[in-house]
Structures are given as structure tokens and as C-alpha cells.
Design a protein around this ligand. Structure first.
Ligand code: FAD
Ligand code: NAD
Length: 469
């Protein structure tokens, strides 16, 4: 007999497991199919392991640089394998937590590879054989895998993706990173702090090129100060094997150059994971390898939904989660509780980066007249106490209404503080609305108040701007 559920979810990453739990909480019978470990890329090979590496690296750097606070630590060292052990232990804890939550909410978990078949049935292939289950609704949440650019020599040993770098037992002494996006800059931050010689080769004109110009320019400067070589507008031509490692040949400003390293990391984006997902007779509308969905996140087959990295759009764990909640509510006939259009983007460098909504340049391109408030965090008490690198908070608001349209920040706790602007934009708040609540002292959060005040009479802790005559 074919087991029947209200909802069958394929993939237990942040999109799939959140959708499954939410659907169960809304009273649905739910099954989830996963062929690796629960938690997906995010917990096992993405967000969590990188942030654990960054935390360890920052702790090490903090110990080395403690002298400015009167802390003298001698012979500070680290053991890379122990850092990896701590990272894996953190992952194990979180994966066990997800498994516990699925079980606690009555979600039936199948271990195997799910294949979508006709009539909203799913064939599950596992070590125990093949079984078929069916769902009134199916949610595809199969995520993404690293994509390797078509570069000659990319198949050589020592050329890895983020998955391969996590698997390495030892830290390379030198690393070339192809791609100065989010993965590239976070690995550069973590491994350079641990003493690895890093070179970034980025095709576009700036690292983190889709972010506010001030952010990527500042980041480039900070990385350079930390000994990271950053090459921009640079195209990789080939990778060659040398006696000691690898050579990456690239062209920058019409000049061919080469850099040698023990390992090369390809951090040039990720592609949707649809391998083995569709049965022979199943056709889903696709766009450049990703599953196309409508505004209800339904695919070209009625009752089959898709969420997360496998569909077009920005590939982020919190987006996958929000889409999971959205679809579960949609299936249960509830009004969606999340606004999927307002997406925070964070990079966990030091200082941290947090962005949401429009930049000043985007508002200009869209012909929207805006006011921009800016506060330099050098005058923020908390930043000064922590002796942090140059940082700032920028707010973009519609000139005619004062409605907040966007914020970009690069400073301590930016990845937490950006949430204040997500809530403000989602609730169409104005600069005045945001200024009604006081902010605790001393906090980085005070910088938000100052950036907002910059638009309505001037920040308290900034010198008055000269009046134009
Ligand atoms: P995934 O997490 O990829 O999960 C999909 C799951 O489905 C996997 O477990 C896979 O094994 C399973 N699966 C696939 N096919 C099948 C099948 N046919 N049958 C059964 N199971 C299947 N995002 C952030 O928001 N913040 C970060 O800090 C961040 N850092 C990152 C760092 C790195 C190095 C990387 C690589 C990514 C990072 N991301 C980050 C992105 C984030 O990991 C993804 O956006 C997120 O995991 C996508 O969730 P998902 O549920 O769509 O897919
Ligand atoms: P990305 O799209 O952020 O960056 C890829 C970069 O590689 C781009 O800047 C691109 O111009 C460059 N590039 C592509 N081909 C190149 C080539 N041949 N030579 C030189 N440069 C080249 O992708 P990513 O960094 O691989 O990250 C993948 C996904 O994971 C992203 O969607 C990201 O959102 C997510 N992620 C998020 C976080 C976070 O939220 N903190 C952290 C890591 C990853």
C-alpha cells in the first residue's frame, strides 16, 4: 500500500525542514525525504561551518592583537584539526536538533533519494530498496551544489570547492580563491587570520560587486591591509600543476599574470541540485537549470511547489526558510505571514556587513528621489571600545514620505542590527517612526539612531555639515 501524506517534502535543508515543521504545526500529515544529513548545505557545508571557522579565526586574531587592550598573550598557537573538530561538533549538535524537531512535530523522515513521479507520487531509493509514497502536495527543496567554472585545469588535484576545503584535514599554506563573492571573502577572512596566504581573483570590478560601492571598496582595503591580494576585473585563463602545488594564470588589465598556491578554491557560484529528481515522464518548467515557480511558489505542475536554492533568486538560508513557511501556509490555506520581497544580505567579515532594500545608486537608477543618512562608526562608543576598523551605517529613505527604503552597514554586529531595518521596511516605517524608540547605551545600535538623525536635523555625535551657500 502506498503511504499517503498531506505534504511530502524532498530535501531537509533549511527550506525543506522548516516547511515540514510549519506544515505539521498547521495540522498536516508530513513526510520528509533526505539523502544525506538533515540541515542541508547550510548546517553541513555552508553557513554554520564557515561561521564556526570565522569564530575560531577571530578568537585567534583577538588573542594576537590583545595588546592594545593590555592583554599580553605569549606563544599563541592553534591546532587546525581541533578547529575542524569544534566546527564538526557544532554541526552535529545542530543536525541532532533538527532531527529532534522533525520527530517532535510528528514529521515522518525517510532516508533516501526522492524522485518525483506522475500523480504526485515520490519514489524513494535507499540502501533498503525502493518505496513509493504520495502527497496531496509536494515541496521540492533540493537546494544547490557548487558550480565549477569551465577553466582549463579546474579538474586538477588541489582545486577544490567549499565542500572540498571543509573536507581538507590541513590548512593550506597558500590559497588562490577564484571569485570574490560571499564565499570567497568569508574564506579569505577566516583563513588569512590563521596565517594562510590568500589571493582573490574576481572577474568583476569589485569584491562583493552587487553590494553598495562604499562596502566593497572598504572591504577591498581591509582585506589588503590583512595581507590578502585582491585582483579585480581579472579573468582566470588556466590552472597548471607545478612541482609544489598549482599555478593560476589570469589576465588583469590586459596583462597576463600568474600566482602559485598550494590549493585553489573555486567560489564562483552554485547551481541548482536537480540531479535524479525528476522521473522520466515528469517535465517541470526550468530556467537556466532552476525550477520556475509562480508567485505562490508553485511549479508548472499543480500541487508541486519548489523553494530555496533550487528556484531562481538569491541563494540564502533565511530565504529558503521564509519560502518554506510561506508554502506551508499557502498549502494550509492561511494568509502568508512573511514578506518574501525584503531580503537581508549579510557577510560575516570583520567588520560585519549587513544590507537590505535599496542602495542610493539603485534608488537613483529607479528615479526615486531619496535622502541618505550616514554615520561613521568611529564616533560610536562601542566601536571605539572594541578598537574596530573603520565602519559606517547608511540609511536610504524616500524624500517625499520619509519611508525607509534601504540600509547598508559595515560595522560590529551589522548582521544582527540589519534586522531592525528589515522590520522597518516590511512595515513601511518612516525615519521618524524608527526614531521614536530610544536605543540603549553603549551599543552599536546607537549608530542606527545617529544615521537616522543625520536625515532629520543632524546626528548628535557628528560635526554639523557645512551649509551650502
Ligand atoms: P540545501 O541547504 O542545499 O538543502 C537541500 C537538501 O536536499 C540537501 O540536504 C540535499 O542532500 C537534499 N537533496 C537534494 N536532492 C535530493 C533528493 N532528490 N532526495 C533527497 N534529498 C535530496 N546562506 C545564508 O543565509 N547565510 C550564510 O551565512 C551562508 N553561508 C554559506 C556558506 C557557504 C560556504 C555556502 C556553500 C552556502 C552558504 N549559504 C549561506 C547559503 C545556504 O547554505 C543556502 O542558501 C541554503 O542552504 C539553501 O537551503 P535549501 O534548503 O534550499 O537547500
Ligand atoms: P557569489 O555569486 O556570491 O560570488 C561569485 C563570484 O565569483 C562573483 O563575484 C563572480 O563575479 C565571480 N566569478 C564567477 N566566475 C568567475 C571566474 N571565472 N573568475 C573570477 N571570478 C568569477 O557566489 P558564491 O560566493 O560562490 O556563493 C554562493 C551562494 O552562497 C551565494 O548565492 C551566496 O548568497 C551564498 N552564501 C551566502 C553567505 C552569507 O549569506 N553570508 C555566505 C556564503 C555563501
Amino acid at each position: 500500500m502506498v503511504e499517503k501524506y498531506d505534504v511530502v517534502v524532498i530535501g531537509a535543508g533549511p527550506g525543506g525542514y522548516v516547511a515540514a515543521i510549519k506544515a505539521a504545526k498547521l495540522g498536516k500529515s508530513v513526510a520528509i525525504i533526505e539523502n544525506r544529513r538533515s540541515g542541508g548545505t547550510c548546517l553541513n557545508r555552508g553557513c554554520i561551518p564557515t561561521k564556526a571557522m570565522l569564530h575560531a579565526a577571530e578568537t585567534y586574531r583577538g588573542a594576537l592583537e590583545g595588546e592594545k587592550f593590555g592583554i599580553k598573550a605569549e606563544n599563541v598557537t592553534f591546532d587546525y584539526s581541533e578547529i575542524c573538530e569544534y566546527r564538526e561538533k557544532t554541526i552535529d549538535q545542530l543536525v541532532a536538533g533538527v532531527d529532534g524537531l522533525l520527530k517532535g512535530n510528528g514529521v515522518v523522515a525517510y532516508n533516501g533519494t526522492g524522485r518525483l513521479m506522475a500523480g504526485k507520487t515520490v519514489e524513494i531509493e535507499s540502501v533498503d530498496g525502493t518505496e513509493v509514497i504520495s502527497g496531496e502536495n509536494i515541496i521540492i527543496a533540493t537546494g544547490s551544489v557548487p558550480s565549477i567554472p569551465p577553466i582549463k585545469g579546474a579538474e586538477l588535484e588541489g582545486v577544490v570547492t567549499s565542500d572540498g576545503l571543509f573536507a581538507a584535514q590541513e590548512m593550506p599554506a597558500s590559497l588562490v580563491i577564484i571569485g570574490g563573492g560571499v564565499i570567497g571573502t568569508e574564506f579569505a577572512e577566516a583563513l588569512s587570520a590563521l596565517g594562510c596566504k590568500i589571493t582573490i581573483i574576481e572577474a568583476l570590478a569589485r569584491p562583493l560587486a552587487n553590494m553598495d560601492k562604499d562596502i566593497s571598496q572598504n572591504l577591498k582595503m581591509i582585506l589588503k591591509k590583512r595581507g590578502v591580494d585582491v585582483h579585480v576585473s581579472a579573468m582566470v585563463n588556466k590552472i597548471e600543476k607545478t612541482e609544489d602545488g598549482l599555478r593560476c594564470v589570469f589576465t588583469e588589465k590586459n596583462k597576463e599574470m600568474a600566482v602559485e598556491a598550494e590549493m585553489i578554491l573555486c567560489a564562483a557560484g552554485r547551481r541548482a541540485n536537480t540531479e535524479g529528481l525528476l522521473g522520466e515522464t515528469i517535465e517541470l518548467k526550468m530556467d537556466r537549470g532552476r525550477i520556475v515557480v509562480n508567485e505562490r511558489l508553485e511549479t508548472s505542475i499543480a500541487g508541486v511547489y519548489a523553494i530555496g536554492d533550487v528556484i531562481p533568486g538569491i541563494q540564502l538560508a533565511h530565504v529558503a526558510e521564509a519560502e518554506g513557511i510561506f508554502v506551508a501556509e499557502e498549502i494550509a490555506g492561511e494568509t502568508p505571514s512573511v514578506n518574501l520581497d525584503i531580503v537581508p544580505s549579510c557577510v560575516y567579515t570583520s567588520p560585519e556587513i549587513g544590507c537590505v532594500g535599496m542602495t542610493e545608486a539603485e534608488a537613483k537608477d529607479a528615479n526615486i528621489d531619496v535622502n541618505v543618512g550616514k554615520f561613521l562608526m568611529g564616533a560610536n562608543g562601542k566601536s571605539l571600545i572594541a578598537a574596530e576598523e573603520r565602519g559606517f551605517i547608511k540609511v536610504v529613505a524616500e524624500a517625499s514620505t520619509g519611508k525607509v527604503l534601504g540600509a547598508q552597514m559595515m560595522c560590529g554586529r551589522a548582521t544582527d542590527m540589519i534586522g531592525e531595518f528589515v522590520t522597518a521596511i516590511a512595515n513601511e516605517m518612516t525615519v521618524e517612526d524608527m526614531l521614536k524608540g530610544m536605543r540603549a547605551h553603549p551599543t552599536y545600535n546607537e549608530g542606527i539612531g545617529e544615521a537616522l538623525e543625520d536625515m532629520v536635523g543632524g546626528a548628535i555625535h557628528a560635526m554639523p555639515k557645512r551649509k551650502k551657500h
